[in-house]
Design a protein around this ligand. Sequence first.
Ligand code: DC
Length: 225
Amino acid sequence: MIVAIDGPAGSGKSTVANRIAAELSLSKLDTGAMFRTVAFVAHARGIDLDDEDAVCGLAGSLAIRFQDAPQGPRVLADGRDVSAQIRTPEVDRIVSKVSAYPGVRRALLACQRSFAEGRDVVAEGRDIGTVVFPDAQVKVFLTADPRERARRRVLQRHGGESLAPEQFEREVAETLADIERRDQIDSHRASAPLRAADDAVRIDSTSHSIDEIVAMIVDLIKARS
Ligand code: DC
């Protein structure tokens, strides 16, 4: 069984996909982490991000693997753990450019499909239900109000730590600007843009708790399996 969860940045895809994977013993595929890894390694190796051939060449040669660990799944690039480095504001800033290159998408598509061979998977991203797994048994398109998405990202970034209200508001405003910029690029690129599959169930998570969203999707999965 393949469960596809697509949606924009901060819509809650990762949290929801992790919970569903744990509850139903599915393997979780975080495709955003793969694009982030290509962006991070290209930047770290000093590759010019405007050089499409060089970035696509890197995507085709890089071995990206996921490994379970007590602190959550780790992402390895050519054997090196890059889980923390791919979540920085710098990578947030450059990842949409890299993920718009068709050659990068082709290289990662092959890895994404081979990951799912012989297993039950919950996959999250932007084009899972439309391009990567168009025959997925369950497709969900998760959205949320952009300000709420920015607020969640800031809370997530700081864990339990409390911030002064002015700093919190400033970070939410900066994150909102970045989210809107990425949504714009991700939704308007020519290759596999962010959009809901025609047969996806749309869920707006703005005013629902994570528990409620997980319960809705688990019900959908049970009804279709
Ligand atoms: O889900 P995320 O924020 O970690 O994704 C990072 C970027 O990767 C996002 O801005 C768009 C891109 N992406 C994509 O183009 N296709 C996917 N299936 C997943 C992510």
